[in-house]
Design a protein around this ligand. Structure first.
Ligand code: SF4
Length: 341
């Protein structure tokens, strides 16, 4: 469905200026923005991803990954095509980087916001996750779904690269409960060379979401030779720690994909080193992901297992009222013990 976009202004000569994300595309009549899903048609900017999901799936919330937000619940995941980044290591590149079908106009589904919310309820999900590709670029669709979902008592989750404008975060905040934000590197040149973006807006998103009370967790995919130096891992951990030590950091193992088929897997040693660095900077919860092993949640005070997992399932919970059952210390997170679905 073609719907007029939010967050843009009309310029002279039927040109438009989109300010949904920091790319701030100026788009001539008949042309697309960098994300490939917003088109200037006759001097009006349209979103072409509205009501056109490319993926719908029920996932454990742990798979986002969110380990401290309603653990053990199911989330209804959706994505549309397109992305405002072009990461050469993208693990969902088949849908995030496939923009040609939008251009050809041969991709037609019509899945309205009310359909998504009804499907989430029917699937017994506690939340809806805007994930797999970048939710910023289908903002209008996400916001309309999120509003309806909130009315029905469902939570909303963004899994995002964090590359969005501050006004956009403020606009979605009343409906957004949690986000997993990628912090792919602490180097601006990495963002420019490998993602087609920049670092500073991502840091700003992390700070602002936390300030607004949105529950956040952070993921870093560690790519051998690109962002795995001790100095860089220290910078990332130091930054997260400066925002809040209770923010969980997910260190994710890289495996060759898309344009980086010649690179090697991240070694166990580097993942363990990153985990130690996180702990050295006082981060209370650091998880190693993508390694095919379960990750338990450990109390940062008494070191006992408070949430035991088998793959993505919660199989044991030693907590009461968000507190450790052994030492009574408060564990950071949202609804860690009160499971509804
Ligand atoms: S959302 Fe798309 S069109 Fe808008 S500024 Fe970002 S990349 Fe450009």
């Amino acid at each position: 469905m073609k719907k007029e976009a939010l967050f843009y202004e009309k310029l002279e000569g039927k040109e438009v200026h989109c300010f949904l994300c920091p790319h701030h595309c100026r788009i001539a009549d008949g042309c697309f923005g960098i994300c490939g899903v917003r088109k200037n048609d006759g001097g009006i900017l349209f979103t072409l991803s509205y009501s056109r999901p490319i993926a719908l799936h029920v996932d454990p919330i742990e798979k986002k990954p969110l380990y401290h937000f309603m653990p053990g619940t199911s989330t209804f995941s959706l994505a549309t095509k397109g992305c405002n980044f072009r990461c050469g290591f993208c693990q969902n590149w088949q849908i995030s980087q496939d923009k040609k079908n939008f251009h050809a106009g041969d991709y037609n589904v019509n899945y309205k916001p009310e359909n998504i919310v009804a499907s989430a309820e029917k699937s017994n999900c506690s939340s809806i996750s805007y994930t797999y590709t970048e939710p910023t670029i289908f903002f209008e669709y996400a916001q309309d779904i999120a509003r309806l979902a909130k009315d029905k008592g469902l939570a909303n989750v963004f899994v995002t690269n964090g590359y969005m404008e501050k006004d956009v975060i403020v606009a979605i905040e009343p409906y957004l409960d949690a986000a997993n934000i990628d912090l792919k590197s602490f180097s601006d040149s990495f963002y420019r060379e490998f993602c087609g973006g920049s670092l500073s807006p991502v840091l700003g998103t992390i700070e602002l979401m936390r300030e607004l009370g949105i529950w956040i967790e952070i993921t870093t995919l560690i790519i051998p030779g690109l962002n795995d130096s001790k100095a860089e891992l220290r910078s990332i951990a130091e930054f997260i720690s400066s925002v809040n030590k209770g923010i969980p950091w997910h260190i994710s193992k890289f495996h060759p994909d898309y344009k980086m088929l010649d690179n090697v897997d991240t070694s166990r040693d580097v993942l363990e080193l990153a985990k130690k660095i996180g702990a050295d900077f006082g981060l209370r919860y650091v998880y190693i992901g993508n390694v095919g092993r379960s990750q338990d949640t450990i109390c940062y005070k008494c070191n006992k297992i408070i949430i035991r997992r088998l793959a993505f399932d919660v199989v044991e919970r030693n907590m009461r009222d968000n507190k450790c059952l052994y030492c009574n210390c408060i564990i950071d997170g949202v609804k860690l013990t009160s499971l509804t679905k």
